[in-house]
Design a protein around this ligand. Structure first.
Ligand code: XMP
Length: 510
């Protein structure tokens, strides 16, 4: 049996959070949809059932067969999971009189139970359910209640099976991490050995074994994921890793050269390819945001394919894919929505896409990628870099793109980003950038009337880019930045600050 935890997803919005909390305990875990139960369960030392938007009483609700798990592997059932066990093993689940959302406090905790080790009476927990367990299964022992929910935690006699109505994975459950540790470490006996160092060591060893002496190609973007993937591979196979870093002419000011220098300094076998002209030619006159994206994607593939052909005998393509890109999620309307992988007509694919694929980070969350990067000795500055979109400044120049507009925006962006760093604000912001608007407005400089461009500055807080809020940057900072931009960047006479949240706005303007 391995040191692995299986999280069965019933479609809860919190499933990824469960995985994050387990990983924070330095324990490895995997998420699988409830109806894709792995055939070989011997790999798992514990199983966690997630919550769900469904009612267990609904016909189309997830009803997987747990016979190979329950009573055989330590099992923690959260919210819907706990109701599911109660419903199918002799208890009774019914709509609660009131919808039970938000904070609650545990009471009548069964103190001698290892599940509640170190958990305090009246510890705050978070509830989010509309059904409730009216009656526990016959074999169940009640472990804790709250004011509104009598059956808040239970255990099945003679088994290491636990059900809890609240969510230990959310921060509002103050001792949630301790509860997960109690279950995973003290009850299931898992070892807390999943550390960045351990991950790096085992992954490097695995890469060596898988790749041997074959050649690998990897496209570097300057971002965290591709950089960490490259360093891991380089430690495993050295110069058999061939990195390609393409300048699409839409990067930040000086970024191509600076990042290329950094990569070389790190010892990577990297080729910088300046294809700016090819991209700008291809984009000439294009105003539609989606067409701009498509053009950039197409040219990137052409350039990458040309470069990949220069590496004789390459067998592998490495990618910086991370875990959130590969988790199969259960859609709110039922069956698991398989990860969309476009298996086009293979004959029509560029040659590099016919290579075998290796994705060393595909089991890591973003913060874990950063921690592995730090343990590999990658500079903090590279790891803490804001996300930057693949199409680069093309989607921050509204309307058509010219070399001159790119230059203007690069200057504006550099003043803004350097300023954030100087003022110690950069790390408080999740993503920041400037937009060049297709608007000219009247200004006055000296005695002269101007009719020039307007730029919008945007800085947001977010955790994953799905939702975001604008950052309340100090007025003094905005004032100084605006002055500096208008004084130093010819062609710009007006600066505005974007105070829209996402939704309903988006982070980028295109
Ligand atoms: P939006 O504008 O949709 O952006 O709120 C959310 C996050 O995605 C990034 N983004 C992109 N990244 N290719 C990328 O690689 C794209 O076409 C693209 N569009 C948006 C954006 O920078 C933000 O982090």
């Amino acid at each position: 049996m391995q040191n692995n935890v299986l999280i069965l997803d019933f479609g809860s919005q919190y499933t990824q959070l469960i995985a994050r909390r387990v990983r924070e305990l330095n324990i490895f875990c995997e998420i699988k949809p409830y109806n894709r139960l792995p055939e070989d369960l011997s790999e798992y030392k514990a199983v966690i059932l997630s919550g769900s938007p469904y009612s267990v009483r609904a016909e189309d609700a997830p009803h997987p067969d747990l016979e190979d798990i329950k009573g055989k592997i330590p099992l923690l059932a959260i919210c819907y999971g706990a109701q599911y066990l109660a419903h199918f093993y002799g208890g009774n689940v019914a709509p609660s009189n009131t919808r039970e959302y938000g904070r609650a406090r545990l009471s009548s905790i069964k103190g001698d139970e290892p599940f509640f080790y170190e958990i305090r009476e009246s510890s705050q927990v978070w509830m989010s359910h509309s059904d409730t367990i009216k009656q526990l299964p016959e074999k169940a022992v009640l472990l804790a209640s709250t004011t509104d929910v009598k059956n808040a935690a239970y255990k099945l006699e003679g088994e290491t099976t636990y059900g809890i109505q609240f969510h230990p994975e959310v921060y509002h459950t103050k001792q949630g991490k301790q509860l997960l540790e109690n279950f995973l470490v003290h009850i299931a006996g898992l070892k807390q050995t999943w550390t960045p160092d351990a991950f790096a060591d085992t992954t490097i060893a695995e890469i060596k074994k898988t790749i041997g002496k074959e050649k690998v190609i990897l496209g570097l973007s300057g971002g965290v994921d591709s950089t960490v993937a490259a360093v891991l591979l380089h430690k495993a196979i050295g110069d058999h890793l061939h990195c390609i870093f393409v300048n699409n002419g839409l990067l930040r000011k000086n970024e191509f050269q600076e990042v290329l220098d950094q990569y070389q300094h790190m010892g990577l076998n990297v080729k910088g390819v300046d294809a700016s002209a090819r991209f700008l030619d291809g984009l000439a006159g294009e105003e539609d945001p989606e067409k701009k994206r498509k053009t950039i994607g197409r040219i990137f593939i052409e350039v990458f394919d040309d470069e990949a052909h220069q590496v004789e005998d390459a067998k592998w393509l490495a990618q910086g894919t991370i875990y959130p890109d590969v988790i199969e999620s259960v859609s709110a309307t039922g069956g698991p929505s398989a990860t969309i992988k476009s298996h086009h007509n293979v004959g029509g694919l560029p040659d590099f896409m016919k290579l075998k694929v290796i994705e060393p980070l595909k089991m890591l969350f973003k913060d874990e990628v950063r921690r592995v990067g730090a343990s590999l000795g990658i500079e903090e500055e590279r790891l803490g870099r804001h996300p930057f979109p693949g199409p680069g400044l093309a989607i921050r120049i509204l309307g058509d793109i010219t070399e001159e507009k790119v230059k203007i925006l690069q200057e504006v962006d550099a003043i803004f980003i350097d300023g954030l760093k100087e003022w110690g604000l950069y790390d408080q912001v999740w993503q920041a950038g400037a937009m060049l608007l297709p608007v000219n407005s009247v200004g006055v400089m000296g005695d002269e009337r101007t009719y020039e461009k307007c730029v919008a500055l945007r800085a947001v807080e977010s955790t994953d880019g799905m939702t975001a809020d604008w950052v309340n940057l100090p007025y003094e900072f905005l004032q100084k930045t605006s002055n500096e931009i208008i004084n130093k960047v010819p062609g710009v006479n007006r600066v505005v600050y974007d105070i829209s949240s996402k939704p309903p706005a988006t982070i980028e303007w295109e």
